[in-house]
Design a protein around this ligand. Structure first.
Ligand code: SF4
Ligand SMILES: [Zn+2]
Length: 344
């Protein structure tokens, strides 16, 4: 990778947590209620109904200490949450939506397995409630996916999948550009611990962290999918979007960052499909802060990416648009623009 204007910005060493420290209260959306919604996802090749619950815990410890460059989850935390409150709120969601879902996702905007966020008693009680659900997805940083924690939650008899935000298999990119604070080896160790307790593993990959050109980002994600195949059962491709109060937002405001093109996502999905399930929900797709193309074809392509996620069928991608010429130009020439996006 060439050294670029963006790399200079990185060297200013402004940490994500420094930026958040300057956030107004107005930006910090501390909430005391869990958020829940229903949807569809892929389970053993079938499209199944899902329930997603975001519990308002104190949030990710890493976000408070250093933070990842693209993550604004700290804005969704509730620093004063107590275990009994969280459990009561979780039961409230079940009372409202029921448990008749094939997949239930329990997210905390942090790590479900971090005892500082959710005490072992609370997390075990939550999982015990879900033991008859075919799949319960929880998220965790790898340092909490230990043999001890896995053996403990396995006693709940829930069918757990542990989702880990690997983002990239490239240690340099993950460490220097995302500030993730763990290595690919840490991910592999966590994956083995999860699998030895009978759990499946989902790996989140991030398309287009800051400081990469469009072409570098595409190559990095395609390589990451290949490297991860052995250690994950499913990949969730996250298309980077510009969240408030993040380092990425700071770059974006200076026109030093552009979210990925939807064409890049389509190319990654097309090139990697078939080896293992790979799903993608283009959050903020078609918006300036989200992955986007020219504005004319975005809506159709976002829908096709969602269709592909549920079918894994490359034939889902049918749309063509004149801006593909522009995207190809960006892929070829962006490295000569010293890292600045050529097209907004
Ligand atoms: S991306 Fe994950 S690990 Fe990084 S700060 Fe956000 S919640 Fe924490
Ligand atoms: Zn277009």
């Amino acid at each position: 990778m060439k050294r670029t204007q963006n790399h200079e910005a990185r060297d200013q060493n402004v940490s994500a947590s420094d930026i958040r420290a300057n956030l107004n209260d107005h930006h910090v959306r501390s909430r005391t209620q869990p958020v829940a919604w229903t949807g569809w996802d892929l389970l053993n090749g079938e499209t199944v109904p899902t329930l997603t619950v975001v519990l308002r815990t104190r949030g990710c410890y890493w976000a408070r200490r250093k933070g990842c460059t693209m993550c604004g989850f700290v804005c969704d935390s509730n620093p004063s949450a107590t275990g009994p409150d969280i459990y009561r709120e979780f039961l409230g969601v079940l009372a409202r939506f029921g448990k008749e879902f094939k997949i239930i996702k329990i997210f905390t905007s942090g790590s479900f397995l971090d005892s500082e966020e959710l005490s072992p008693d609370v997390r075990n009680a939550i999982l015990a409630e879900l033991k008859d659900v075919p799949k319960t997805i929880i998220e965790s940083r790898p340092e909490f996916v230990t043999d001890e924690n896995c053996e403990e939650i396995a006693r709940s008899n829930a069918h757990v999948e542990i989702a880990i935000g690997l983002e990239s298999s490239n240690d340099y990119i993950r460490e220097r550009y995302i500030n993730k604070g763990f290595t690919f080896r840490d991910f592999i160790r966590a994956s083995k611990a999860a699998r030895s307790s009978g759990f499946t593993v989902k790996s989140y990959l991030l398309l287009k962290p800051p400081f990469l050109t469009e072409a570098e980002a595409m190559r990095d994600t395609i390589q990451s999918v290949k490297d991860t195949t052995e250690y994950a059962d499913i990949i969730s491709l996250n298309l980077c979007n510009v969240q408030r109060g993040t380092f990425v937002e700071k770059l974006w405001k200076k026109r030093l960052y552009r979210p990925p093109w939807l064409w890049t996502a389509v190319e990654v999905l097309t090139q990697t499909a078939g080896n293992m399930p790979i799903i993608c929900d283009p959050v903020a797709g078609g918006m300036r802060r989200g992955p986007h193309n020219c504005g004319i074809c975005d809506h159709e392509i976002v829908a096709e990416i969602r269709r592909f996620s549920l079918s894994q069928d490359k034939a889902s991608f049918k749309t063509t648009c004149a801006d593909k010429v522009l995207w190809n130009f960006v892929l070829e020439f962006e490295e000569y623009s010293y890292g600045a996006p050529l097209v907004p």
